[in-house]
Design a protein around this ligand. Structure first.
Ligand code: CA
Length: 237
């Protein structure tokens, strides 16, 4: 990074935005009694990027207070949508992520101020996307047996573990299913298992040991009188 050529003293407040919409973050610096200087980013090295503009529904319109996580093949970044970035300054509200040589973002997870968590998968790089908050209905009374019996690590990066509960002794089957409904891997298949808490792990491989592609999978637990299926995002190591 080259030093910034901005002579003189009395600078206060800086803000960042992609002012010319070329995917490189530019900067504005406010000076005492000397206006504002704009620094255009002319980095010549081609790199991939993505910008995420939030459109709140249950939350505020700009998604101020939201946190965005981006996962990509073992790399993790996070941004928070804030208002105010320095003295009398405000950066752009779209979150900017550098992706380096990656041509897509594997998983984008948005934690909205309302509490909603929203996921996007395999989003192509070099664009600004607008994400509208999904509004889900809540307040449905919980029935005694609707309590989840399966607790999973999500997303799974390379390998993950699951905890599950067998409420009544009997047959148990636990497996990974892909989005097309195909069984990818059986993790447990017991004719009789004593009631209790158990753990199981998945290393991202199918029955033949092949590494599965990054994407959405389902962990499915079948016991004597229950079926619980939960969606999980798997990211290759
Ligand atoms: Ca720019």
């Amino acid at each position: 990074v080259a030093p910034l050529d901005d002579p003189g003293t009395g600078k206060r407040g800086a803000a960042f935005a992609d002012i010319d919409c070329d995917g490189r973050l530019d900067m504005a610096i406010g000076h005492f009694d000397n206006g504002v200087r704009i620094f255009r980013n002319v980095n010549p090295y081609p790199r991939n990027w993505i910008q995420i503009q939030l459109q709140g529904a249950a939350s505020n319109t700009d998604g101020i207070g939201a946190r965005i996580e981006l996962w990509n093949q073992g790399q993790f970044q996070t941004r928070e949508i804030t208002c105010g970035s320095g003295y009398l300054s405000q950066s752009q509200t779209p979150a900017h992520f550098g992706l380096g040589s990656h041509t897509k973002a594997g998983l984008i997870r948005i934690y909205w101020p309302s509490g909603t968590v929203q996921d996007l998968y395999n989003v192509p790089a070099n664009q600004k996307i607008v994400v509208t908050e999904q509004v889900t209905t809540t307040g449905v009374p919980e029935e005694p047996y609707s309590r989840p019996v399966l607790s999973i690590q999500n997303p799974i990066q390379g390998a993950g573990t699951f905890r599950y509960e067998v409420r009544e002794s009997g047959p148990v089957n636990l497996g990974i299913v892909d989005v097309a409904g195909r069984l990818v891997r059986t993790l447990e298949d017991a004719a009789q298992k004593v009631s209790g808490s158990y753990t199981a792990g998945w290393n991202g491989r199918d029955e033949r040991g092949r590494l599965m592609p990054t994407g959405i999978y389902f962990v499915r637990l079948q016991t004597q009188n229950q079926v619980d299926t939960q969606r999980v995002v798997y990211l290759q190591p």
